[in-house]
Design a binder for this molecule. Structure first.
Ligand code: UDP
Length: 238
């Protein structure tokens, strides 16, 4: 059951920038709403969905460190940024009548639930969209790694990476129009060719857990439901 069309429980990884729209920073409400519609549609089709959202639209640890902050402190700020994005997505989903829970790796009990694996599983079984916030809860990691970690421990059948392009290319297709697009790749090819899909620790963990990584474009309406049904273009890494 390692191809789209057969998955039932999936983890969707979105970068913070995916919620930024055409802005330079932060959240674009129309883009958040559009993204939430994708998730709502897939949830209504009966898929069990777990979301991991990055924070790069608000703050990245590396940027803070470059300005003289301690990397660990800057990374905690980055993790808090992912909580902001998670709450925005939760709000948009709830406005559409979708039941959600935000579970944070950094406990923040007045705002959301703490991340507890068994609780997350229970929410998924009940059909709630689980939004995992605050990454792994540890500095020096990324939300890509958090996505691979949560997908592994929650028994997700795939790690879906929603992007602006329809798969993995040999180079950035926006800068190199002759870049080659891949339909299929192995984890080791991604690592050895240093393809910009997710960071190496995320790919390694997905490989160890044998979780296929599916890279697809979220630009078109219905894209998530389509790829989950095995339709449309995507790159699958196995
Ligand atoms: N972060 C972290 N540990 C984690 C996940 C995230 O320290 O487990 C911090 C890190 O500083 C990162 C920021 O949170 O730069 C935002 O996450 P990320 O860069 O992965 O977001 P994305 O690029 O997906 O928007």
């Amino acid at each position: 059951a390692d191809v789209p069309g057969r998955f039932r429980r999936v983890l969707l990884k979105l970068s913070g920038e995916a919620l930024m729209g055409s802005r330079e920073f932060g959240l674009d409400p129309a883009t958040v709403e559009r993204t939430a519609r994708e998730v709502a549609a897939a949830s209504r089709l009966g898929f069990e969905l777990c979301l991991v959202i990055g924070g790069g639209n608000i703050f990245r640890g590396i940027a803070g460190a470059a300005q003289g902050m301690q990397r660990a402190s800057a990374d905690y700020m980055g993790m808090l940024a992912t909580v902001i994005n998670a709450l925005a997505m939760q709000n948009a989903l709830e406005n559409m009548g979708v039941q959600t829970r935000v579970l944070s790796a950094i406990p923040m009990s007045t705002v959301c639930e703490p991340y507890i694996r068994r609780r997350a599983q229970r929410h998924l079984e009940k059909g709630r969209v689980v939004i995992c916030a605050a990454g792994t809860g540890n500095p020096f990691f990324t939300t890509d790694t958090a996505a691979a970690l949560r997908a592994s421990e929650l028994g997700c059948q795939a790690l879906m990476k929603g992007t602006k392009v329809d798969g993995v290319y040999s180079a950035d297709p926006k800068l190199h129009p002759d870049a080659k697009r891949f339909d299929r790749l192995t984890y080791l090819e991604v690592l050895s060719k240093d393809l910009k899909v997710m960071d190496a620790s995320a790919i390694s963990l997905a490989r160890e857990s044998k979780i296929p990584v599916v890279v697809f474009s979220m630009q078109k309406d219905g894209a998530l439901a389509d790829v989950l049904a095995g339709r449309g273009k995507f790159t699958i890494i196995t």
